[in-house]
Each structure stands twice: as structure tokens, then as C-alpha cells.
Design a protein around this ligand. Structure first.
Ligand SMILES: *Cc1c(COP(=O)(O)O)cnc(C)c1O
Length: 417
């Protein structure tokens, strides 16, 4: 494992890296339902050119790199506009959904302390809320009330109301939530938070770059953005259905006063005045520049086109799954996520994880999730051309594994090594 004494040539290095990729999922063929979101060859070209241009820059200090300050404020401004923020809406780019969520929780904790004197902060989450909220609670010392969801997998407003108290600094809903892809009742949840004087965060990490374009395409959706009065912050991942390379998300607050609770400023260091918007110190410029590039290359029209393709593919996939005897889709997902499950009553004859493994052997990758046992699918434009092939293979795999139950029930959304 040690470094070679004598350095390798560029060709040797690249060949060695290429060899390491042999067993990676085949996202380039549209066979991966999550993790990589493929906007097509032109989008790749634009992103790669921007990455190359900004590869060595650092957004730690945007006074040294005003370009990156502009890139950040233009990307955040464009998102604030898409989410119907007023002109005072403001935020930052972050490295991803997790960092955006960490900052939403931190800002809520600080506001609770400053405005309401809360020293033992609590937050109320539906059990569908992303694991990153639990990570934030762990990092920032916030107590979590994790509330069961309704039978339709949406957040249960009454049950969440019962968990709100005088120490509540944050209530959370998702648009849509990750496990089953349904949109929580954001308007009711945000009202609940406002009534308690707490922040409300809409986690639109998945939906932020999809729902605005679905609305423009004429889909009827429940309200989830800054048009809902109690929503104080929104997270949206550009590196998911924004089709930008990994390392790009936004956290947007309703106004600058709320945003102030996110930032960190330190005056008393021998190194000088230190101000930082989020978790990172040194901040890689390539994801920021590539996000700006892809978003401006696609424009509203490009995103409408990709969204139309994605939603058509997701509905075709959903209908196809439901048509296979023994399989179903949980709930009624509004957007581009599906949880594939065994039909109620068929559990003795069919194991959805066995179906997943058989599909993997044919090159199709789903994350396993539970409870309940399901295969996760985040559909994006890159999957659209192969949905019919997928459904044919899925039907064959269901027949192939009927009656098999796997010992291994493990689910890994993420790993340590
Ligand atoms: C992906 C996702 C996150 C976390 O984002 P990362 O970019 O993986 O850190 C949070 N919430 C939802 C709903 C997501 O889909």
C-alpha cells in the first residue's frame, strides 16, 4: 500500500485507476437508480470544461476569487427564484445535501438560543426524514423526536404536533422524502412550526431541481417552497437532478436574518479574521463552477426537457412494476422516486431482495432499503432510454427467484470504508 519509490507515468496512473473501476456500477448505461444522475453527453462536456477551468481554485476566500463569490450568489439567486423566495431570500452553496441539512439544523439551534433562550434544543422529524438530520443532531447536540409516518408514508401532522414543545427549534418535512418518494404535507407542518416560534425546513434535496419544472410543465403539486408562509429554509441538491457534478447543493433561508444563524465568524485567531458559511474550510471550486455552467447551459428549457423525460420514465416504470404479479410500488409517489416492494400477501412466495440481487447480476443497481423491505429507485433522465429493457428483466427475475428467500437482509445506503 506504500507510495511507490519512483513515481508512475501518467499513462500508468490512468491505466491503474481505470482498472479499479471494473466492478463499479454501470451508470453510463442507465442501469443505476440513484447516486449518479446523467444529464447526457452535452451536459458532461460543459461540466468537464468548467471543472478543468476551476480545478485549482479555492472558494475559501471569495475576496481572492471574486469569480467564485459571483458564481455562488448567482446559483443561490437562481434557486431562490425557482423556490419563490422574496428578494431577501439568501443562502450559500454547500458540498451536498448533508452539509445543507447540517446548516439548517445549526441555524435553527442558534436562532432558538438567541431569540428564545433555548439551551436544550429539540427537533421534530418524520421517520422518513433523511439520516443527515440524525447526523446533525449527533454533531450539534439536538434531541430528536422521530415520529411515525401515516399509512401513505407522508408525515403525520397530528402526531408531530404532539411532539412539539417549548424546546422545539426545528420541524422538518421533505419534498419529496427519499425512502418512498412522497411529498410531506409541508403547509400544515410549517404552520405547526410557526406556531411554536420554531424554524421549518423543507428538505428538497431530491425535489428542488424537479418540482419547479414539473409545475411549469403543468403538474399539480402540493405547496412546498417559500410560498408556504412558515418555511424558513430549503435545501436542494444540484448534484442530483440538477445534473451537476458531485459536491454541489444549496441551503436557502427566507431572509438574511435567518441566514445569519448559519454562519461562523471568529475574530481572535493569530491567523486573522475568519468567516465561514458552512462546514468546510478550503472549498473546492470545481463543483461550484460546474454547477453554474450546467445550470446556465440547460436553462429553464433544458430542465423542463430533462424533467419531462424523467417523470415520463418514472411513471412508465411505476406502471410496469405494478403490472408484474407479486410486485408493487409503495404509496403514490408524485415525482421521480419509487420504492419497489412485494405485494401484500405475496411475501411467502417472493423476496424483493432476491429480486434485487438477480437484477444486479444483470447489471441493474438498486439500493436495498427497510423497513419495510424494498428496492429504492431514484429515476433520472439517464434511465429513460432503458426502462422497457429494465421491466423485461424485472419480470424475468421475479419468475427466476420465486420461492427463494435470502439469508442476507442487510441494507447499505452508505458505508464506512
Ligand atoms: C440525497 C438526499 C439527502 C442527502 O444529500 P447528500 O448529497 O447525499 O449529502 C438529503 N435528503 C434527501 C431527501 C436526499 O434525497
Amino acid at each position: 500500500m506504500a507510495l511507490p519509490e519512483h513515481g508512475m507515468s501518467k499513462d500508468e496512473v490512468m491505466a491503474a485507476l481505470q482498472a479499479k473501476r471494473a466492478r463499479d456500477v454501470r451508470w453510463q448505461e442507465g442501469r443505476t437508480f440513484g447516486m449518479v444522475y446523467d444529464g447526457g453527453p452535452e451536459v458532461h462536456e460543459v461540466a468537464e470544461a468548467a471543472v478543468r477551468m476551476f480545478l485549482h481554485e479555492n472558494a475559501l476566500n471569495t475576496l481572492a476569487f471574486p469569480s467564485l463569490g459571483e458564481i455562488q450568489s448567482e446559483v443561490v439567486g437562481a434557486c431562490a427564484e425557482l423556490f419563490h423566495g422574496a428578494p431577501e431570500a439568501s443562502g450559500f452553496m454547500t458540498s451536498g445535501g448533508t452539509e445543507s441539512i447540517l446548516m439548517a439544523v445549526k441555524a435553527a439551534r442558534e436562532r432558538g438560543r438567541a431569540e428564545r433562550g433555548i439551551t436544550a434544543p429539540e427537533m421534530v422529524l418524520p421517520e422518513s426524514a433523511h439520516a443527515a438530520f440524525h447526523k446533525a443532531a449527533h454533531y450539534f447536540g439536538v434531541t430528536v423526536h422521530k415520529v411515525p409516518v401515516r399509512p401513505d408514508w407522508r408525515a403525520d401532522v397530528d402526531a408531530m404536533a404532539d411532539a412539539v414543545n417549548e424546546n422545539t427549534v426545528l420541524v422538518v418535512g421533505s419534498a419529496p422524502q427519499y425512502p418512498q418518494g412522497v411529498i410531506d404535507p409541508i403547509a400544515e407542518l410549517a404552520e405547526l412550526a410557526a406556531g411554536a416560534g420554531a424554524n421549518f425546513h423543507t428538505d428538497a434535496c431530491m425535489g428542488g431541481m424537479v418540482l419547479p419544472f414539473m409545475e411549469l410543465l403543468g403538474h399539480e403539486l402540493p405547496p412546498w417552497d417559500f410560498r408556504v408562509p412558515g418555511v424558513t429554509s430549503i435545501s436542494a441538491d444540484l448534484h442530483k437532478l440538477g445534473y451537476t457534478p458531485k459536491g454541489a447543493s444549496v441551503i436557502i433561508h427566507r431572509n438574511k436574518e435567518l441566514r445569519r444563524y448559519q454562519t461562523f465568524v471568529f475574530q481572535d485567531w493569530l491567523g486573522g479574521f475568519y468567516a465561514s458559511p458552512a462546514m468546510q474550510g478550503t472549498r473546492p471550486a470545481p463543483p461550484m463552477a460546474a454547477a453554474w455552467a450546467v445550470m446556465h447551459h440547460l436553462g429553464i428549457e433544458g430542465y423542463k426537457r430533462l424533467t419531462a423525460t424523467t417523470i415520463e420514465a418514472a411513471r412508465r416504470m411505476e406502471a410496469g412494476v405494478r403490472a408484474i404479479p407479486g410486485l408493487t410500488v409503495l404509496g403514490e409517489p408524485e415525482a421521480h422516486l419509487l420504492a419497489i416492494s412485494v405485494e401484500p400477501g405475496a411475501e411467502d412466495q417472493l423476496d424483493v431482495f432476491a429480486v434485487g440481487d438477480a437484477m444486479l447480476a444483470r447489471g441493474w443497481f438498486h439500493d436495498r432499503q427497510k423497513p419495510p423491505d424494498t428496492l429504492h429507485a431514484t429515476v433520472s433522465a439517464g434511465n429513460a432510454p432503458v426502462i422497457d429493457d429494465y421491466l423485461a428483466d424485472l419480470r424475468a427475475c421475479v419468475e427466476e427467484v420465486a420461492g427463494t428467500r435470502l439469508e442476507d437482509r442487510s441494507t447499505n445506503y452508505a458505508t464506512l470504508e
